[in-house]
Design a protein around this ligand. Structure first.
Ligand SMILES: [Zn+2]
Length: 102
């Protein structure tokens, strides 16, 4: 369990009463990070692409960050490809977005 927490992009999950859905991640060929972490990232594939409830786009490098857990507002994430830290926020349309933490 500790090992999982240290490799998942969620570095600090917001405390919530509701159970989260969990996801099985597969390697999508993202070669910019070491093999162990590849399944946590993928490239955005354009207009036909869509984000799952466990995925969010890094505002800095535009890579899709993927977690084993459903994302919630307040979660803190780490983007390994560009080394950015961010927090999940709610966008104006109600979807999830991120704000970079400096
Ligand atoms: Zn990034």
């Amino acid at each position: 369990m500790n090992n999982q927490a240290s490799t998942d992009p969620i570095t600090q999950a917001v405390t919530t009463e509701e159970p989260r859905r969990t996801f099985e991640l597969e390697d999508r060929g993202f070669r910019e990070v070491p093999k162990k972490w590849r399944k946590f990232y993928r490239h955005w594939e354009g207009e036909d692409d869509w984000l799952g409830p466990n995925e969010i786009i890094c505002p800095v490098c535009k890579v899709v960050i993927r977690s084993k857990r459903e994302l919630r507002v307040g979660d803190r994430l780490y983007c390994m490809p560009c080394m950015s830290r961010m927090v999940v926020v709610e966008a104006q349309d109600g979807s999830l977005a991120t704000e970079v933490i400096y």
